[in-house]
Design a protein around this ligand. Structure first.
Ligand code: AMP
Length: 600
């Protein structure tokens, strides 16, 4: 029974029993996780590990599990990746073909002196070479670090410097615009491989297509231990530089089993993850999880377009679709009528992640497509899905669902003495916390031990998110406990934006916040105080936005800038972003006891 007339208010008191989309007995019976309570009781990480092969001698390698395992088991002929180019051309890769290309890439790395533990970065759109590079890097025992291609030169430089990049795979156009101007400053960077290379490539670069063509397609996966570093994903905090979350090969145990349980992967599935591999979702669930589960992945090179997306869902007969709230809201804007023009009957699970999914969007899915969106929650640090609305479970629109088997979640609060106290009362707000110990948990922030340690207290990992749990164990997202901004699903550190603005000669101080925006969730807005000799004007506002876009890229730069005489600061000189936000939204200013008096 699908009850379409649900109207669950987001975070509404004790979750009402009627505010749910019920599931039919068939949904429960056919699901990989048919009975939640039983799965929680019987699950073990050792059991999850046993689903994978491993390497002889207690080794484990993500890429081996993603491609070679299937080839060795006689499933090499199955379609692994269908790539749809912007112009609709299709390129198909079977598991064997993908393994062969990854081998060529690994051999290319070896030939150029890139070995185990070396950091290989990518700065690419969704092109086949990205998937080949990711798998080939992991097979070589090197560490793969994907960057978002819409980043400007500064976020790229900051991340490659922290990560001590030894190699980079990018396009000639990106290289010329975003890397070449500062390349000499990064002495660790020895090799740059260019996809789409012209007849006159820039000096000190390698034509990747030519290198792959010369390389052998046979490669013995380098022996890696479960605790060897495999992936480096950058994320933002409220202060300081971006943080490099370190993930190890053992993460594949979680990537694989969460795909099976939360995304309900089955061998014949055709899966489309719309996330860009420049972010963690696009790697964990846009590469590793679907491949380890042996499904067929669809990758679309083009940017969002409502009609194109429905056409892909229909023509490619997608069965499991993993997308994001901003995209769902854009589809809603295009209207349910458009969705109904397409035959989307092959879809059996629609899931969403990355930002709050409003209950209206969940219900809209039922109305327009015949199925609810299943929200789930996780973050760069957790490496994989932690909380989800399982296919077999009733969906409560507005809730992120329940913890995966093997994951213990809790709502905690700090007492005055600094200790943590778990809150067990239903629908009481606190910080979402997780008991550490699952395989895809980050093993550290690269070279930032103190920042890493701050994430843990009293045996809990603190997520930085505020949430509530209802009496049935469903979690409800409330907001961030810190100042980081989520815009179109991208996590943006205000400090990085403030730093770029401060580089402009007119800017004395900058404070950056996220303001609510109906489609993107939040929009980056900056407040600036000017240096003597500069006066606020429309021309200067535009110049500052242009300056920020050039340095940071359009995904990170502020969309709006407001001038202020002074910015509210604490007595120790820290800009009070929280207060800027309260004033922007006309909300109570809260505790302002630390505010510097002359700022009032
Ligand atoms: P990232 O590390 O970039 O993946 O961002 C993780 C953050 O995104 C989380 O800490 C949350 O603040 C937010 N987030 C992820 N999934 C959800 C969700 N389902 N609902 C609300 N916020 C989410």
């Amino acid at each position: 029974m699908i009850n379409t007339d649900v109207a669950a208010p987001h975070g509404s008191g004790e979750a009402g029993k009627g505010d749910r989309i019920g599931k039919r007995p068939e949904d429960r019976a056919g699901a990989n996780l048919p009975d939640y309570e039983q799965a929680v009781r019987t699950f073990s990480w050792a059991g999850a590990r046993a689903l994978l092969d491993g390497l002889p001698g207690a080794g484990l390698n993500i890429a081996y599990e993603a491609v070679d395992r299937h080839v060795n088991a006689g499933r090499g002929g199955q379609l692994a990746l269908r790539w749809i180019a912007r112009n609709d051309t299709i390129r198909d890769f079977t598991y064997s073909a993908l393994a062969a290309q990854a081998n060529r890439f690994a051999n290319t790395l070896v030939r150029h002196g890139i070995t185990k533990g070396d950091r290989v970065f990518s700065l690419l759109g969704r092109v086949p070479e990205l998937y080949i590079a990711a798998l080939g890097t992991l097979k070589n025992g090197s560490v793969f670090s994907p960057l978002f291609s819409a980043f400007g030169p500064e976020p790229i430089k900051a991340r490659m410097t922290i990560g001590e990049a030894k190699a980079l795979v990018t396009t000639e156009a990106f290289y010329r615009r975003k890397i070449e101007p500062w390349r000499k400053e990064l002495t660790s960077l020895e090799r740059v491989f260019l996809v789409e290379c012209s007849a006159n490539p820039p000096p000190d670069t390698i034509d990747l297509a030519a290198a792959l063509a010369q390389a052998s397609d046979v490669f013995d996966t380098v022996f890696t231990r479960p605790e060897d570093m495999a992936l480096l994903h950058f994320t933002s905090g409220t202060t300081g530089k971006p943080k490099g979350a370190v993930h190890v090969h053992e993460a594949v145990v979680a990537h694989n089993v969460t795909g099976r349980l939360a995304l309900d992967f089955r061998p014949a599935d055709i899966f489309w993850c719309t996330a860009d591999p420049g972010w963690v979702t696009g790697t964990s669930y846009g590469i590793i999880s679907p491949l380890t589960n042996g499904v067929t992945m669809i990758v679309d090179q083009a940017e969002f377009d409502a009609e194109r997306w429905y056409r892909i869902l229909q023509d490619q007969k997608v069965t499991v679709w993993y997308t994001a709230p901003t995209a769902i809201r854009m589809l809603m804007k295009a209207g349910a009528g458009l969705a109904r023009k397409f035959d989307l009957s092959t879809l059996r699970l629609m899931a969403s992640v990355g930002e709050p999914l409003n209950p209206e969007a969940v219900v809209w899915g039922v109305d327009a497509i015949g199925k609810p969106f299943h929200d789930n929650w996780w973050q760069t640090e957790t490496g994989g899905i932690m909380i989800t609305n399982f296919l077999s479970m009733d969906v409560k629109p507005g809730s992120m669902g329940r913890p995966l088997p093997g994951i213990e979640a809790g709502i905690v609060e700090r007492s005055n003495g600094g200790d943590l106290r778990e809150i067990t009362k239903p629908m009481a707000m606190g910080e979402l916390a997780l008991r550490p110990g699952w395989p895809s948990m980050m093993r550290g922030y690269l070279n930032e031990e103190a920042r890493y340690r701050k994430c843990f207290a009293d045996g809990w990992y603190l997520t930085g998110d505020l949430a509530m749990r209802d009496s049935e164990g469903y979690y409800w997202f409330i907001g961030r406990a810190d100042d980081v901004i989520k815009s179109s699903g991208h996590l943006i550190g205000p400090f990085e934006v403030e730093t770029a603005l401060m580089e402009h000669k007119a800017v004395a101080e900058a404070g950056v916040i996220g303001v609510p925006e109906p489609t993107a969730g939040e929009m980056v807005k900056a407040y600036v105080a000017l240096n003597p000799g500069f006066a606020p004007s429309e021309t200067l506002r535009k110049e500052l936005i242009g300056h920020a876009r050039q340095r940071l890229g359009p995904a990170v730069a502020p969309k709006d800038i407001a001038f202020r005489q002074n910015l509210p600061k604490t007595r120790s000189g820290k800009i009070m972003r929280r207060l800027l936000k309260a004033r922007e939204l006309g909300l109570p200013e809260g505790d302002i006891s630390t505010l510097e008096s002359e700022e009032r």
